[in-house]
Design a protein around this ligand. Structure first.
Ligand SMILES: Nc1ncnc2c1ncn2[C@@H]1O[C@H](COP(=O)(O)OP(=O)(O)OP(=O)(O)O)[C@@H](O)[C@H]1O
Ligand SMILES: [Mg+2]
Length: 376
């Protein structure tokens, strides 16, 4: 049972939120204050274990720090009228667990506590962007299968963002008819917190959620780059692994996503000699990153024969490490897609499933020391 201390300057808001808390199962109001000083000075005898703290119109960092010091055993959630991703890292650093947008409903409060307190906000998110120098690289297929493999092997939450803003087809892959897509998420993102953003994602299995792409190519205008960046940042606090599909080639969307990623996979389908050359030229651009060796990794799809020896040959030819190769398995890929299922589920022993599993293992194993899941 959460014994809540509510600290909110606005009297109307204070009574509105108190009523919500009282009505929410698992929560009880221990005490409420309009004044932060009173809350700091007098609240201890009520022994709250959850503090909901208004952080608007105030320097939130020292405020959270002082509550954290006075109430070391209570979990603190900030409350703000609007989500400000740039400050999230600092709030966590100061001792808060997360942030709620007010006014909130009982369900949102429960979700926030589950998300930030029970599961912990320290979990960091591995953000993986799948870039392709040209179209038809097999990356959407790979992402969909990899997400399932990651979830199955790690038992962690996995998110997919379809940011291929004009021709995203992740929804088709999973046979989804989404009520909300990245367009609605972008429209609302200013007023969302991570918890409410999650509703825009569509669950496709127990641990995999998809934020579907636009339903029409001209909707690309409805998702600005800053909005996309906000969606990505916010999503990092929802998932342990976040996989992002982007349009082929270098464009504002793919660049923004890559900049916000922990790893960018450069994907190309082996069809002829050109792929190698395109890959080399794309890699050269990513070399601008200081940590390019770690952060820009190569995947070739439809590789035949899909053997370790072939992988090394490709490495030699490219002059760069090849992180993974995916075999040519058109039949299983398309059969699975027709069923709205993933090849990895349909035929777990199939060579494609196996190489996707290996990549998943690599990703789970590496757990690169990454920016915290709140980081911007
Ligand atoms: N490993 C594979 N073996 C054989 N065929 C594949 C493989 N992966 C994908 N394909 C097929 O190649 C085509 C393109 O795949 P996919 O849509 O995943 O690529 P993409 O890079 O996302 O393409 P786009 O640029 O259109 O977004 C699809 O018809 C798919 O079924
Ligand atoms: Mg695609």
């Amino acid at each position: 049972m959460y014994r809540v201390m509510l600290v909110e300057k606005d009297r109307l808001m204070l009574s509105k939120l108190s009523a919500v808390i009282e009505r929410t199962p698992g929560f009880t109001m221990a005490v409420r204050y309009q004044s932060k000083q009173d809350a700091l000075g007098q609240g201890r005898m009520f022994d709250p274990n959850l503090i909901l703290l208004d952080i608007d119109n105030e320097n939130a960092i020292p405020l959270i720090e002082s509550f954290h010091q006075s109430y070391p055993n209570a979990d603190i959630l900030g409350m703000a009228a609007e989500w400000r991703p740039e400050s999230a890292t600092h709030l966590i650093g100061a001792g808060a667990r997360g942030c709620l947008i007010k006014p909130f409903t009982g369900v949102e409060l429960q979700e926030a506590v589950r998300e930030f307190v029970t599961e912990g906000s320290e979990k960091d998110c591995e953000t993986l962007v799948f870039f392709s120098p040209k179209g038809k690289s097999g990356k959407t297929t790979l992402i969909a299968n990899l997400a399932e493999a990651l979830a199955r092997r790690s038992h962690e939450q996995v998110g997919i963002i379809d940011a291929d803003l004009q021709f995203g087809d992740m929804a088709v892959f999973f046979n989804l008819a989404p009520k909300s897509t990245i367009v609605e998420a972008a429209r609302d993102v200013r007023f969302l917190s991570p918890v409410t953003l999650k509703r825009y994602y569509v669950p496709v299995s127990e641990r995999v959620h998809v934020l579907c792409g636009t339903t029409k190519p001209n909707y690309i205008d409805k998702v600005s780059i800053p909005q996309l960046e906000n969606i990505i940042r916010m999503s990092k606090s929802l998932f342990r692994y976040l996989l992002i599909d982007v349009p082929p080639g270098f464009n504002p969307t793919s660049i923004a996503a890559a900049e916000n990623s922990s790893v960018t996979y450069l994907c190309a389908m082996i069809n002829g000699a050109f792929e190698m050359d395109h890959m080399r030229r794309a890699l050269a651009i990513f070399q601008d990153w200081d940590d390019a060796d770690e952060r820009a990794r190569v995947i070739f799809t439809r590789v035949s024969p899909c053997t370790e020896q072939k992988r090394r040959e490709l490495e030699n030819e490219l002059g760069h490490p090849v992180a993974a190769i995916i075999p040519n398995e058109y039949l299983v890929v398309s059969q699975a897609a027709d069923n709205g299922q993933m090849a990895t589920e349909l035929q777990p022993d199939n060579p494609l499933a196996k190489s996707v599993d290996r990549l998943a293992e690599q990703i789970i194993g590496s757990r690169a020391p990454q920016a915290a899941r709140w980081s911007s």
